[in-house]
Design a protein around this ligand. Sequence first.
Ligand code: NAP
Length: 248
Amino acid sequence: MHVLVLGGTTEARTLAGLLHSRGERVTSSLAGRVASPRLPAGEVRIGGFGGPAGLARWLREHQVDALIDATHPFADTISSNAARAAATAHVPLLALRRPGWVAEPGDHWHPVGSLEEAAAVLPDLGERIFLTSGRMGLAAFAGPELATSWFLLRCVDPPEPPLPARLRVLLDRGPFTLDGERELLAAHRVEVLVTKDSGGAATAPKLQAAREAGVPVVLVRRPPAPPGLPQVATAQEAAVWVAAQSSG
Ligand code: NAP
């Protein structure tokens, strides 16, 4: 079996480790967005494929037997490309998608459909904003409506303009601890948290810290997944699916 894992997530790394440790040939594909990515076990390739046709070609040329889309829930272009390429190349495809977060008593969540919608609701919620939605798409917060707001942006690599006028950047990468998140919210007197509904444990403590501090959360909803695909929530379940492909 040659398994291609479209990665860039903790789950993708875990899955590559599981498959590699049981002797499968596994190649992980990364987009190349992060300067020093955490590398999974097995083979790694970095960079785009050139759309669905390029990915379909790669699947054929490298004799891939099974494809797993373990990309981030917000990486919807590559997920749609994977669905099209797998159909073209007749390679079985599984989506590995961690579940979204679920609100708990005490949460004040404001679900929105995009970063632009997030920016539009911020003036009613507070002026000191903790942005954890990543370094892409920050132009949404750079408009004159938010010129007096202060932003703390946490991301892995430095962001590029256009950026909010009053901005402090904190370069850091999860997992984050509850104590650390509590301290961060208090030290910066955060009034609003902005996050994508990424799900998973590594970045969830900020939600508990916000709940405890009574800080509202602007939560960007996930884009829809390509319809009709088999989907699992954990790397372990994906490894079981791979085993079923090889025995079938
Ligand atoms: P995207 O918008 O869905 O994809 C844009 C293009 O990037 C794709 O068309 C593809 O180029 C290339 N690409 C994306 N993921 C790739 C992969 N794993 N291997 C090879 N090429 C890939 O993706 P994105 O939102 O920019 O995310 C890029 C990567 O970062 C993903 O792998 C994702 O798992 C990871 N990530 C994303 C987020 C997020 O919030 N979006 C958060 C954490 C991690 P071609 O068309 O040329 O093949």
